[in-house]
Write a new protein. Structure first.
Length: 354
């Protein structure tokens, strides 16, 4: 029996399971999914959990059940590529023939002193719970600083404003304008929303140090009651410790989605190198390629000389529960319709995967 092991129940490996189950793979293949939790977490909605506007049960999806799918739960402590075995904190060992690493990412603090020790995060559900507890317990009139005005920072700031109208919110943006790589109209719309809802956007910021209740932007000392870090990611530590080659901070892969020099180890999602920024959509597109390659290799068929290029459709963002923005096929949609589009996409995803 050939053993396919999927590390992590994120968007990429969920798409692999969706394409292979119930019986779209050879009879002599057994699939094992390894994750720390017994459910798939909708990471794109962690900002809402942290802000307190969406309950945790709404962002969980059950893993599929199939007689040819085994699930193993626990914290992965080592990925032993030489011996083809995965070690868990409870002593469990999982051997593999083909491996897909989809363990996601953790915050990258870029060497900023105190950032790890004195800021909250939303990269995992566990961290989002901690962040929620910290923000929900702040006294009225407290000031929250959100470092990083990417999609996560924007959505967290807007959702927190809806959840806690009594808080002062500062959003630190490294660029000259929010979403600087996208149409100016979109940037202006998001900035206007923040202006109208009393969220202070601090452009061209450079966070140099974080202390308890203090953040330094350049040399300016800013007192805050809480700091949430959304300014960059890196592969989780257990992946970094494998010694796999990195490409701009993420694991290097070939066009066939496997790591160089090992056609049996694939990488998907936030820890896989790509010309695109990490996203659920990217993870799913990478998973589609992995499924194609696995099927060809399992059937001893030659791989194409050139794999199809990944083309992303765009992105969606929420500004609270009533407004949003969409950039799709070079077209920008804002307002209530955009928010409904994002909610509809989430509903469809849960329907197809739940």
């Amino acid at each position: 029996m050939r053993r396919l092991v999927l590390l992590g129940g994120g968007y990429g490996n969920m798409r692999i399971l969706l394409r292979l189950l119930p019986d779209n793979f050879p009879e002599d293949v057994q699939i094992t999914l390894v994750d720390r939790t017994p459910f798939h977490s909708l990471k794109t909605e962690f900002y809402a959990l942290a802000a307190g506007t969406t309950p945790e049960k709404e962002i969980r999806v059950s893993f599929p059940e199939n007689e040819k799918l085994s699930t193993v739960y626990g914290e992965i402590t080592k990925i032993d590529l030489e011996n083809k075995v995965i070690l868990l904190d409870n002593g469990t060992k999982v051997e593999y023939d083909d491996l897909v690493i989809g363990l996601g990412c953790e915050d990258n603090y870029h060497g900023v002193p105190g950032a790890k020790e004195f800021s909250y995060g939303i990269q995992t559900m566990a961290n989002s719970r901690i962040t929620y507890n910290g923000l929900a317990g702040l006294p009225s009139g407290s000031t929250v600083g959100i470092v990083g005005a990417g999609l996560s920072g924007i959505e967290l700031a807007s959702e927190l404003r809806e959840s806690r109208a009594d808080l002062k919110i500062k959003l630190f943006d490294r660029g000259p304008r929010i979403l600087k790589d996208f149409p100016e109209r979109l940037s202006k719309y998001v900035k206007k929303w923040f202006d109208n809802h009393d969220v202070e956007v601090i452009a061209e910021s450079n966070i140099t140090k974080v202390e308890e209740h203090v953040l330094y932007n350049h040399e300016e000392k800013i007192e805050l009651d809480a700091v949430v870090w959304t300014a960059g990611i890196q592969p989780v530590q257990v992946v970094r410790e494998t010694g796999l080659e990195l490409d701009h901070g993420r694991v290097a892969i070939t066009q066939y989605m496997n790591v160089p020099n090992d056609e049996h180890v694939y990488v998907v999602g936030d820890c896989a190198a790509s010309q695109f920024g990490p996203s659920a959509q990217l993870a799913e597109e990478q998973a589609e390629l992995i499924v194609k390659v696995l099927k060809l290799r399992w059937s001893d068929q030659p791989l194409p000389e050139k794999m199809p290029e990944i083309k992303l459709k765009g992105f969606m963002g929420a500004l609270g529960k009533k407004q949003g923005f969409v950039y799709l096929a070079d077209t920008t949609v804002t307002g209530r319709i955009a928010r409904l589009m994002k909610s509809g996409l989430l509903w469809m995803y849960k329907r197809h995967n739940g």
